[in-house]
Design a protein around this ligand. Structure first.
Ligand SMILES: Cc1cc2nc3c(=O)[nH]c(=O)nc-3n(C[C@H](O)[C@H](O)[C@H](O)COP(=O)(O)O)c2cc1C
Length: 323
């Protein structure tokens, strides 16, 4: 514990930032995690996260304010740069203390982040992406492995990607993400030289997460994932790791036909709380309040889903992961 505590607190070496004691960070999980989950993780001594790429700027700012008002511990906001980060100004103005970027070059946005005083993290996954990221002198790198749930930039197992990053990162702290959901796996990853670990799927199956109850139950019940391009509605050609479900199995049994030729394509599978339709093969994952065929929606999950056995509170989960 003492060693890890020191690790966690020195991740931004030489630059005072009061990091909580546990080197376990939440992964940005689009808007599926929500502010309550991020706040609970930061308050319990980890580092919470929100993925706000697809969130309206006003709501994004409100969520940052909500997390800030429930904990003084740091948390971060992620933007996927395959899309314009429309809420970046709003979250910085609302006081987001750390920003991470994934899926694209941060070049147009680094100055804006720095001017606000926020810390900067960049997701990397191979040699080129590491060399590109370090020229921006980020405060830390996020290394993603192919085991990750959600959209997967990586083509290598986490261990390999981590070794490559350690070799090239010139001392920049490294957080490791992908398929991690147990205490043993956390210790193993820290033992390989990561300065912290990032868990996405494991935190979705907690009481505080705003993932749909049925999605949480499926994360507990199922263990097999697939890396696919099946759920491409809204973000074509980006591989993602999901639980196998009825939509995926039907499409695969039909020999994975291309868009416009897929079984059940264009049919509404669920509705959002506003009554908006979610079509089969859309990238949206199930959140609380949605109604319809929840099981048929895109159920992102990393390989560590096989170790998820229940839906604890964040405090209980962190006590188990970091006793
Ligand atoms: C539901 C879900 C949504 C995700 N959304 C994002 C996102 O908005 N931005 C991003 O960079 N990564 C996103 N990811 C990927 C995570 O950042 C991270 O790489 C992954 O969760 C780590 O693997 P694990 O889920 O096995 O822990 C998402 C993952 C999941 C499961």
């Amino acid at each position: 514990m003492a060693k890890a505590l020191e690790d966690a607190n020195t991740i931004f070496s030489g630059q005072a930032m009061n990091l909580p004691p546990i080197p376990i960070w939440q992964a940005p999980t689009g808007s599926t995690g929500g502010p309550k989950l991020a706040a609970a993780i930061s308050a319990a001594g980890g580092v919470g996260a929100m993925g706000l790429t697809w969130t309206d700027p006003e709501i994004a700012a409100d969520w940052v304010t909500e997390v800030r008002s429930s904990t003084s511990n740091p948390f971060y906001v992620n933007f996927v740069l395959a899309f314009e980060p429309i809420a970046l100004d709003a979250v910085l103005d609302a006081g987001a203390p750390i920003i991470t970027f994934s899926w694209g070059s941060p070049a147009p946005f680094v100055d804006r982040v720095r001017r606000s005083g926020a810390r900067l993290g960049i997701q990397v996954f191979d040699r080129e992406s590491i060399l590109h990221a370090i020229q921006f002198e980020p405060d830390f790198l996020v290394v993603q492995g192919i085991e990750a749930g959600g959209h997967v930039q990586s083509r290598s197992p986490l261990g390999e990607a981590l070794m490559e990053a350690k070799e090239l990162a010139q001392g920049i702290p490294i957080l490791a993400a992908g398929g991690i959901s147990t205490r043993e796996h956390i210790q193993e990853t820290l033992g390989m030289g990561a300065d912290g670990v990032i868990l996405g799927t494991r935190f979705l199956a907690t009481v505080e997460s705003k993932a749909h109850q049925e999605y949480k139950a499926l994360l507990v019940a199922h263990s097999e994932t697939s890396l696919t391009k099946c759920f491409d509605g809204g973000w074509p050609n980006a591989p993602h790791r999901v639980l196998r479900n009825s939509t995926f199995d039907t499409w695969q049994r039909a020999f994975e036909p291309l868009p416009d030729h897929r079984p059940g394509e264009g049919r509404v599978v669920a509705k959002t709380t506003n009554g908006d339709s979610i079509l089969r093969y859309e990238m949206a994952s199930p959140q609380e309040g949605m109604e319809g065929e929840i099981e048929a929606m895109c159920l992102y999950a990393g390989t560590g889903v096989r170790e998820i056995r229940g839906i604890p509170t964040v405090a209980d989960l962190l006590a188990e992961l970091w006793p």
